[in-house]
Design a protein around this ligand. Structure first.
Ligand code: HEC
Ligand code: HEC
Length: 223
């Protein structure tokens, strides 16, 4: 049976890289240790995920349900569920642009390889082919950033409400990603994301302005 040793070592490895010593700080604090030793559930993968959530929740992606992955039954979506939920919730492809994903996926892959090489926590790393499929999937369904140089109306009250509200967690989205009919549901989901991620939800008047901007520059239906 595995003790806490491998678990702590695993967390150190997971946190290695960008997190560095900042990410490890909670482990060193008495409170952090308490979390670590508090419950029996700390052993194994689910315990590790819970501990990571407690230690560095604000750095981890908000988990979405597998059913809300685009092309749910594609190979890419399947690989996402297999590899990208090992340490944290399932990330949505809209979190990053196609230009940003390679760096993020490479950082995750480095951890996965480090840990699977050390046989830690049963973490598995994708093969090179799987990794390419994963990356292609994420880039295909990535956030499409608004080109601020050519965008219209950003310097209006609605445009400013949109820029401020919608660039807090990912690149400022290009309104042509959805039709005017589809945007309200997305904005509603973003409000839920704000609540889940502990970010302030702007007042309704701001959200209405955001909605107006998105609908004005939205994709034309059936084009
Ligand atoms: C071995 C554990 C592990 C696995 C497996 C893993 N991650 Fe992560 N992930 C982390 C850690 C730790 C962080 C927080 C530190 C950081 O951002 O590097 C993180 C943070 C993130 C973030 C938020 C930070 C950012 O740059 O946006 C995203 C998005 C993310 N992971 C995507 C993925 C994807 C996609 C996969 C599957 C290809 C994946 N992760 C697999 C450990 C993992
Ligand atoms: C609190 C953080 C946060 C804020 C603020 C936020 N988003 Fe998001 N957004 C997310 C997360 C997390 C995802 C990936 C999961 C998902 O799709 O819900 C995402 C994904 C997206 C996507 C890609 C998925 C899709 O359905 O097309 C779009 C487009 C988007 N956001 C638009 C917006 C707009 C417009 C706003 C401003 C109203 C906004 N976001 C504000 C967190 C945020």
């Amino acid at each position: 049976m595995k003790g806490r040793g491998p678990l702590i070592a695993g967390l150190v490895l997971i946190a290695a890289g960008l997190v560095g010593i900042v990410g490890l700080y909670p482990v060193l604090r008495p409170g952090g240790m308490g979390v670590m030793m508090g419950t029996d559930g700390m052993m194994g993968r689910s315990g590790m995920k819970r501990m990571m959530q407690a230690m560095m929740g604000n750095m981890l992606p908000l988990g979405i349900s597998p059913a809300s992955l685009p092309q749910t039954h594609s190979e890419g979506a399947r690989l996402m569920q297999r590899y990208c939920t090992q340490c944290h919730g399932l990330p949505g492809p809209g979190l990053h642009t196609a230009a940003e994903w390679p760096v993020v996926v490479a950082r995750m892959a480095a951890r996965e390889h480090m840990m699977s090489d050390q046989d830690m926590m049963g973490i598995q790393a994708p093969s090179a082919k799987e990794q390419a499929t994963l990356l292609a999937y994420l880039r295909k369904h990535a956030q499409i950033p608004l080109n601020k140089a050519t965008a219209k109306g950003l310097d209006t009250p609605a445009g400013r409400a949109f820029s401020e509200t919608c660039s807090r967690c990912h690149a400022l989205p290009d309104p042509v990603q959805h039709t005017a009919a589809d945007w309200p549901a997305v904005v509603l989901r973003m409000q839920r994301n704000m609540v889940a991620m502990g970010k302030p939800v702007p007042p309704q008047s701001t959200l209405d302005a955001v909605d107006a901007y998105l609908r004005k520059y939205a994709k034309q239906p059936d084009t």
